[in-house]
Design a protein around this ligand. Structure first.
Ligand code: GRF
Length: 230
């Protein structure tokens, strides 16, 4: 039984596209289908990407907290995926989807997260702090912003001379490999939240040998391996 997935996005939707492409590659092995893409922004590129695939694309009315819950119920959503969604999700919805809602964030939470920490601001803060390793985080969503239980993380090195945009691009490539595999793992039940404990979280490679080559095949092979328990 394929999980019915609703995706919420405010921006261009490259993470939505990565999920669509990953499910295409999985074909019959995919554990979910995207049945709805909703945005708080009428001009969001994510809505265009949904329409191009014949997926219901909805604009959420501003200030109407009940609308999102009703839309999710109307589409029978089993899982909710925040793919660059910048609004707070109403508490009634995060409670209803406890353990069934994931968000992707472009840093190694809890570092460089929380209200106002999104987009270039995250990478500017990473560079200003002088840390040598950042990364991508997929986490369960609860009512506290960016503080839900961690479902998956992957480290990304900060290169000498990095700008916020060069670092953002390197982290985004890792997001595009990590996030869809976390969504597939949640939809298939291999990744799940039990109380505050996450079962089935992937383990990144040990030490400084972490894989963030420019070779996408090496990166996706390493992340695939991390999700497939030996
Ligand atoms: C990504 O960097 C993600 O980590 C953050 O918002 C961005 C979404 O980008 N939550 P896109 O709209 O998926 O291209």
């Amino acid at each position: 039984m394929s999980a019915r997935i609703a995706v919420l996005a405010s921006g261009g939707g490259s993470n939505l596209q990565a999920l669509l492409d990953h499910f295409d590659r999985l074909g019959g092995r995919r554990a979910g289908d995207i049945v709805l893409v909703a945005s708080d922004r009428r001009a969001a590129g994510a809505l265009e990407r949904a329409r191009a695939r014949g997926i219901e694309a909805s604009v959420l009315p501003r200030g109407d907290d009940a609308a999102l819950g009703a839309l999710l119920r109307e589409h029978g959503a089993d899982l909710v995926v925040l793919a660059g969604y910048l609004r707070m999700v109403p508490e009634a919805v995060t409670r209803r989807f406890e353990g069934r809602m994931l968000n992707v964030h472009p840093s190694l939470l809890p570092a460089f997260g929380g209200p106002g920490m999104y987009g270039a601001r995250v990478h500017e803060a990473v560079l200003a702090a002088g840390v040598r390793v950042t990364g991508a985080t997929v986490h369960f969503v609860d009512e506290r912003y960016d503080e839900g239980a961690i479902a998956a993380q992957w480290p990304v090195p900060v290169a000498d001379g990095d700008t916020a945009s060069s670092l953002a691009a390197r982290v985004l490539r890792v997001e595009h490999a990590l996030f869809p595999r976390a969504v597939q793992a949640l939809a298939s039940g291999t990744l799940r939240l039990e109380g505050r404990r996450v079962v089935g979280a992937p383990s990144p490679p040990r030490g400084a040998s972490f894989v963030t080559t420019d070779d996408d095949a090496a990166l996706t092979a390493a992340i695939d391996a991390a999700f497939s328990p030996t």
